[in-house]
Design a protein around this ligand. Structure first.
Ligand SMILES: [Cu+2]
Length: 579
């Protein structure tokens, strides 16, 4: 069983345990003896099963089990210790054991709340709050059921509850002050002054565009979605003037996967101010990385990108022969882009399909009718890519794959999630059951360039209750905090940095560090065995643990976030900062 499914099973059993005890308690109050006994038996069995899932999770990593071992364990034991002995022998009046059964229900429910609302890392505060909740709810039930606790008992319960509440709240709710992120404006790369320059102007504005046969209201660069395709040859200087006509919430340009100087990275509030209606900003950087990239607004990016403020950036090493097609896949107001395209291609021509996922979720791509190789991922060429046939690839949000092949005499078709988006003629085939390529196991291995790491940083991805804003929200969290309260992680120029990224929750998080490509070292403890993978976007699936590394060679303050932009918006953003 994968850690992801173990997390899901554990959650289901936790719910069953709490529901079992609570149901048993309620049935006992109502003097429904057989039901109470059956539910109590279910709760006991579930508690046993839970011991197994928690041990399994602890073996997969403390990240997955911390609060379960420290909070759930003791509270579940207390539940069994208090309720269990009172059921043997079965009491004549089942109502006499209602309060112990309810106590067990409250204890296991509080532990469940700690997992669901607080998560990682386990804290004394969360544990104490769970104890306070359990004691208070039990005391209230005790009075309601009419079995009066002694005065001393009530006092003791009150003291425990208030004490736990005060210390618990103090420990969990006081905001940890995140160091301020310094702003770095006005940097210009002096080296680029006299070099061949590619000049573009992108004007952001509201527009009506055609998507899947329908006119839709969009936000667009130069009135088109995607925006104009920006191309360059390695060594060119890119000079892109961004103007905002009428996007009230502001706009910027972020060069996704392009490791530009920090001042050109386009993150509002960090590297520049958002460009407001009537304003402009000129981006200038040298195109010294060949490959397939894309650009998008980073101002209210969840809405902005979804509404259409994105486009393709392709940097070629020099003149290229044959077919070279970009396929940026997007969902615009629920409608798929691009429109299907068919063209005739001469047999024997070299062909390159540049697949780009500009959505917030993973897409599945399948190239039918030809053998192909994955020449590059996230703009970086792979070592020794082998020929593939009838194999699908999964591209994470923000990711790019370059597929290359020699055009056969028969038609070729590219399917995205089962829909043909590009073809050289009619192809009828089903690609749904094709195996999926694992890039960690593809191409020729090369030794990792570093034998030691100067710094190790960990990102544990989860969900949790965030009480720091005006309204409480169920945030997507990193190390137990949500933006803007996640402390920046600090590196020094020249450090070799190892990142461990852990996903404790039930949804995929496509991770994206700005300004650097990271080398994949391992996934779930299995070392990467194929070509070196230098990625800027990778899916960390539920229960997965990725180890990646990079050299800190691009100083600045860099966004480091989930590229499911709704998650980033809901807290899953932090910064990597050079000291
Ligand atoms: Cu995410």
């Amino acid at each position: 069983m994968t850690t992801g499914s173990l997390l899901a099973v554990d959650l289901v059993i936790a719910v069953l345990t709490a529901a079992g005890w609570l149901g048993a308690g309620s049935a006992a109050v109502a003097r429904r003896r057989p039901l109470a006994l059956a539910l109590a038996a279910l709760a006991l069995l579930a508690t046993l099963a839970r011991a197994i899932t928690i041990i399994g999770l602890a073996r997969a990593g403390w990240w997955f089990a911390g609060e379960k071992v420290l909070v759930t364990g003791p509270l579940s034991l207390a539940a069994v210790a208090v309720a269990g002995p009172r059921l043997l022998p079965v009491p004549g009046d089942i109502r006499s054991v209602a309060v112990p059964l309810l106590f067990a229900g409250y204890a296991t429910s509080s532990a469940l709340f700690v997992t669901v609302l607080h998560g990682y890392p386990a804290s004394a505060g969360a544990g104490l709050l769970a104890v306070a909740g359990t004691v208070t709810a039990t005391a209230v039930s005790w009075r309601a059921v009419g079995a009066r606790p002694s005065r001393a008992m009530s006092r003791a319960a009150l003291v425990v509850a208030v004490g736990a509440l005060v210390t618990g709240t103090g420990l969990t709710v006081v905001p940890a002050a995140a160091p301020a992120v310094p702003h770095d404006h006005g940097y210009r790369d002096a080296r680029t002054a006299d070099e061949p320059t590619r000049r573009f102007t992108l004007t952001a504005g509201t527009a009506t565009v055609r998507a899947d046969g329908r006119d839709v209201a969009a936000w667009a660069f130069n009135a088109q979605v995607p925006g104009p395709e920006l191309t360059a040859t390695v060594g060119d200087v890119m000079q892109v003037t961004l103007r905002n006509r009428d996007i009230g919430r502001g706009v910027t340009l972020h060069w996704h996967g392009y490791d530009v100087p920090n001042s050109q990275d386009g993150v509002p509030g960090v590297t520049q101010a958002a460009v407001l209606p009537g304003q402009e900003f000129v981006y200038r950087f040298r195109a010294d990385q060949a490959g397939t990239y894309w650009y998008h607004t980073h101002s209210v990016s969840d809405v902005g990108v979804r509404m259409g403020l994105y486009g393709v950036l392709v940097v070629r090493p020099g003149p290229t022969a044959g077919l070279d097609v970009t396929v940026p896949v997007h969902t615009l107001v629920g409608r798929p882009l691009p429109a299907p395209r068919t063209e005739r291609v001469e047999a024997g021509q070299p062909a390159r399909l540049r697949l780009i996922n500009t959505d917030s979720t993973t897409h599945r791509y399948a190239l039918a009718g030809t053998a192909f190789r994955v020449a590059a991922i996230d703009g970086v060429d792979l070592e020794g890519p082998t020929s593939l046939v009838d194999t699908a690839v999964l591209i994470p949000a923000g990711g790019r794959y370059d597929l290359v092949f020699t055009a056969p005499a028969t038609p070729v078709a590219l399917f995205v999630d089962g829909r043909v988006v590009y073809s050289t003629g009619a192809v009828s085939t089903s690609t749904g059951d094709w195996p999926v390529l694992d890039p960690l196991d593809y191409g020729a291995a090369v030794a990792v360039p570093w034998s030691r790491f100067d710094r190790s940083l960990t990102l544990v991805l989860d969900r949790g209750l965030d009480l720091h804003g005006l309204l409480p929200r169920y945030a997507h969290t990193v190390n137990g905090a949500a933006a803007p309260d996640i402390p920046p992680q600090v590196v020094r120029l020249g450090d070799v940095v190892r990142f461990t990224i852990v996903n404790r929750f039930q949804v995929v998080h496509p991770w994206h560090l700005h300004g650097h490509h990271v080398l994949v070292l391992s996934r779930d403890g299995e070392p990467a065995a194929g070509s070196p993978l230098w990625l800027d976007s990778f899916d960390v699936r539920p229960g997965e643990v990725w180890e990646v590394a990079f050299r800190a060679d691009n100083p600045g303050v860099w966004a480091n976030h989930c590229h499911n932009l709704a998650h980033a918006d809901a807290g899953m953003t932090l910064h990597l900062m050079y000291s």
